[in-house]
Structure formats: C-alpha cells, structure tokens
Design a protein around this ligand. Structure first.
Ligand code: FAD
Ligand code: 2HG
Ligand code: ZN
Length: 484
C-alpha cells in the first residue's frame, strides 16, 4: 500500500534527530532499535499490506518510562504509534510515515491474580496465550480467545476491543475489563487498576480507552475479571446445505444447548477450500462438500451431561434435515484439528499473495448476502477465478462469528492492486450501511477505514470523537493519520 494518494505527512510533527535519540538512550539504555532491517517487522503489518517508515522503536520496561517518553514526545511534537503484538488487521499498529514506534513488548509481567474473585492484573505487553496459560494453571480462563493469541498482547486486544471466539459466552471486553493503567500523551498516568466489579462513582473512564486504538493514551496495565475454566469442552463440525439452515441451526443451538453453548462459528465452502489448500489435507467432513459449515463448541462442568446434550441436539438436527453431515471431536487432538479448519482461514485467505478484509456486523438474515454481492461484482468486472492465475482475485469468501452477527468477508487476491480495491470500496461499505450494519464489528478502523467512518457514525458522533481526541491529545501526537 502506498500512502501518497491517501494522506500526506503532517509537517507539524518534528523529524527525529540525534538529540532525541540521545534522550531516549538516556532513559532506556539499549532498549531501542534503529537499524532499518531490524525495524522491518515493526514497520509492516501482519497482512503485509501497509508499510511505514519509522526510524526508531522504543521498548520501555516500566510505566514510568512510558510516561517520560510521551512527555518528551509531546513537548517536542514527535508523533508516536503504540504497538502491541502487531497482529491488528486494519493497519492501525504501524506507522504511516516516520512516527516513533512505542512497543509494549517489554512491559510484560503478570502482576497478580486473586483466585477467589478471578481478577487478573497484568502488564499490557503480556501475550494473550501466556495470560490464558497462567490462568489455566489456576483453573481459570481468559474471557477472550482469538487466532492471533500466540502473538497479540492483552493491552493490544483491549486497545482494539477485540471480540474473538468466546464473545458469545463471555461478552465484550467492555464488560470484563475492570480497570486500566494508561499513560496520556502529556505523561500523566491514569490508574483505575484497583476498581472493583461494581463502582458507580462518576464517569467510567476506562471505556474510553477500550477500543480507542492507541488514539488517546498508551495502555500499560489491565485488570480483568476471568471466569472459572470449564472442565469439559466439546466441538462439533457440521455440513449445512443453505444459509437459512445455518441460521436455524443457530437458533436451535441457543435453545437446546443453552448454557453450555460457548461458540458458534460459520464458514462457507470456498473458505474451507482455501484452508484445505493451506493445510494440504482433507476436510474433516469427508462425505461431500457442503455450501456452509458450522463449528459448535460447548463447554461446561460435566462431560457426560454435555456429551448427551450435544449428541441429542445433533441427532435431531440431522433427522429434521437441517444438518447434512457432522462430526463430534473424540479427543483433544481432534478438537484442535476441527478448530484449525476455522482458525486458519485468515492465514489461508492470504496465502495466494494478499487479502482485502472486511469485518462487519449485519443483521443476521442479510449477513451472507454481502459475500454473494461481492462475488457478483467481482465476476461482473471479470477479475475473479479460483483456478486461473491470470486473474487478480481468487475468490471472496465468508465466515465468522455468526452467533455475534459478525461476518468476515475476505477477498483473497494474487496481488494487491488499486483496480481490485476500487471494485470493492466503497461498494462494501455502502452495502453494509444500506443494511444498517457496522463497517467494523471487532477489528477497529485503523488506517484502512479512516475515510469510511461516516458509513457507520453520524456527524454528531464524529464531532464528539474529535472533541475527546483534542481533549486527551491536543497536539495529536498519538497514532496520527488513523481514523481520527
Ligand atoms: P496491535 O496490532 O499491535 O495494535 C492494534 C491497535 O491497538 C493499534 O491501533 C495500536 O496502536 C493499538 N495498541 C496496541 N497496544 C496498545 C497499547 N498497549 N496501548 C494503546 N494502544 C495500543 N480480532 C478479533 O477481534 N477477533 C478475532 O477473532 C481475531 N482473530 C485474529 C486472528 C488472526 C490470525 C490475526 C492476525 C488477527 C486477529 N484479530 C482478531 C485481530 C485483532 O485486532 C488482533 O489480533 C488484536 O486485537 C491486536 O492485538 P495486538 O497486541 O497485536 O495489537
Ligand atoms: C477471525 O475471526 C478474525 O478469524 C480474523 O477476526 C478475521 O482475518 C479476518 O478477516
Ligand atoms: Zn473475528
């Protein structure tokens, strides 16, 4: 992606000089990266779609160091991008021009865990999987899970308000995060880490930071309420013949599996074909190909009870023709394998060269219509073919957290190109807006959707956003050129 046609460097920001680097060295010693090759990973996003030109990455080890850095940058008008695990999917975590990258990866300690209340307090740079593993050892679970868990940070998912695979059961981070520690651009440290579950003393400021995408402060600590880890997990993978049937299965699952239903994901056939190519293996449902697949996870406290409920549910769904074929994982390995066919879609959809991603909320009945509309449009333009490598687009595939009304439309391409982008944008955003959907269900706006926010927010809402940004970051040094 080149930025020249989308945005210009803001000349109010100072360019980095030797004196600045000297200052950062005086507080961080060696915890900085200046070498261009070493900076490459941090300058480029996970999809290799966006690339910035930062000359400096800072890795503070304490909140106080973050405070010193931001105060200095604010005084000197040096622009800064906060970065967690750099797994964000909207180009929000990388610089656009020469912004300094402030990495949280060395602020990475578990601070405390209270095994009676289930409250975990940790640094922002703790890797999500590390936090979940720590909790597993204590019989608890992190209330959020996603495919990037091995790299993304607790602070990064909070800054994004990521949704993921467990939202259906545990709700959004706005519900489970109890308090935060965050550093404002002028160096002020805001701290609500000791908040209790109930606290109605005035504005609940933490909510401004959850999902703020690094635009008003740098999160350095998170306090989060974690549920007891379920004792028994089951996964079923089903082949379904129509999108209507997918919705019906979801409806029935909510009623019949009720309190043990913990995830309900759907995938279309083309997404599974891509995963098959990526994993180089046969699909777990071998009998035939189906237009749609559903992954159902149950989790509870009594394996026999859950097994019985799931088997009865599946038996009825097959008898009444809603489900064509299905399997239930018989052991831990099979359970992980079934999840792989869902969790590997992001990787598989970009293996041919690149991917245009749209992460949208749409009322359930219209949700898959977007994938059909996108494919029709690509076909009308004559640029899509699953097999023919001379066409720039492989296919538009659809999958996602159907239990949350969240579709992921991934347009797998052989290379990024302006021509393809023009066929898709603003078409996709207009389509979503016409159905009163949201152009970002869980990945945020970042750089990708900076020009499209008005498809989902009114002028008044956008003005209020700007007021908040100006209040917290009057010099605009934090994550500039992004959605605000
Ligand atoms: P980064 O990518 O580094 O940053 C994301 C944004 O937050 C940036 O704007 C950055 O400036 C800001 N930021 C990061 N850390 C801080 C901080 N400490 N303080 C202030 N701002 C900060 N998302 C979902 O919602 N659901 C999914 O199921 C899901 N699955 C994914 C699967 C894969 C394979 C991948 C690659 C991504 C997936 N995502 C998913 C995207 C998701 O947004 C990120 O994985 C995660 O939320 C970002 O965490 P991170 O630490 O990598 O943050
Ligand atoms: C998922 O649900 C993630 O797998 C990523 O949110 C979706 O890559 C995507 O578009
Ligand atoms: Zn998702």
């Amino acid at each position: 992606e080149t930025y020249a046609d989308k945005v210009q460097r803001d000349e109010r920001f100072k360019a980095l000089d030797a004196e600045d680097i000297q200052y950062f060295k005086s507080i961080l010693n060696d915890s900085i990266i200046e070498n261009e090759d070493d900076l490459l990973f941090y300058n480029e996003d996970w999809m290799r779609k966006y690339r910035g030109q930062s000359k400096l990455l800072l890795k503070p080890k304490t909140t106080e160091q973050v405070s010193q850095i931001l105060k200095y940058c604010n005084d000197k008008k040096l622009a800064v991008v906060p970065q967690g695990g750099n797994t964000g999917l909207v180009g929000g975590s990388i610089p656009v021009f020469d912004e300094i990258i402030l990495s949280l990866s060395s602020i990475n300690k578990i601070r405390s865990f209270d095994s009676v209340s289930g409250i975990l307090k940790c640094d922002a740079g703790v890797i999500l999987e590390t936090a979940d593993q720590y909790l597993a050892d204590q019989g608890y679970i992190f209330p959020l899970d996603l495919g990037a868990k091995g790299s993304c940070h607790v602070g990064g998912v909070v800054a994004t308000n990521a949704g993921g695979l467990r939202l259906l059961r545990y709700g959004s981070l706005h519900g489970s995060v109890l308090g935060l520690e965050a550093v404002l651009p002028d160096g002020t440290i805001y701290n609500s880490m000791d908040s209790l579950r109930k606290d109605n003393t005035g504005y609940d400021l933490k909510h401004l930071f959850i999902g703020s995408e690094g635009s008003i402060g740098v999160i350095t600590g998170v306090s989060i309420l974690c549920p007891a880890r379920p004792q028994a997990f089951n996964v079923a993978f089903l082949g379904v013949s129509s999108y209507e049937a997918v919705q019906q299965v979801f409806n029935d699952a909510r009623k019949e599996l009720s309190e043990i239903l913990s995830a309900f994901e759907f995938m279309d056939l083309n997404s599974q074909r891509l995963v098959g190519q990526y994993l180089k293996s046969d699909h777990p449902i071998e009998s035939a190909e189906y237009p749609f697949y559903v992954l159902i996870e149950t989790s509870g406290s009594n394996k026999d009870h859950d097994d019985e409920k799931l088997e009865t549910f599946l038996g009825t769904a097959m008898e009444n023709g809603l489900v064509e074929d299905g399997i239930i994982a018989q052991d831990e390995t099979q359970l992980k394998n079934l999840w792989n066919w869902r969790e590997n879609i992001p990787e598989a959809s970009q293996m041919n060269g690149g991917v245009y991603k749209y992460d949208v909320s749409i009322p359930l009945k219209d949700l898959y219509g977007l994938v059909e509309a996108a494919n029709e449009r690509l076909e009308a333009a004559g640029i899509v073919d699953f097999e023919d490598a001379s066409k720039p687009v492989v296919k538009a595939v659809g999958y996602g957290h159907i239990g949350d009304g969240n579709l992921h439309l991934n347009v797998a391409v052989r290379q990024y190109s302006k021509a393809v982008e023009k066929v898709l944008e603003p078409f996709v955003y207009e389509w979503v807006s016409s159905k009163k959907g949201s152009i970002s269900a869980e990945h945020g706006l970042g750089f990708q959707k900076k020009n499209y926010i008005s498809y989902s927010k009114s002028d008044i809402e956008i003005k209020l956003f700007k007021d908040i940004k100006k209040h917290y970051d009057p010099n605009g040094i934090l994550n500039p050129y992004k959605y605000i």
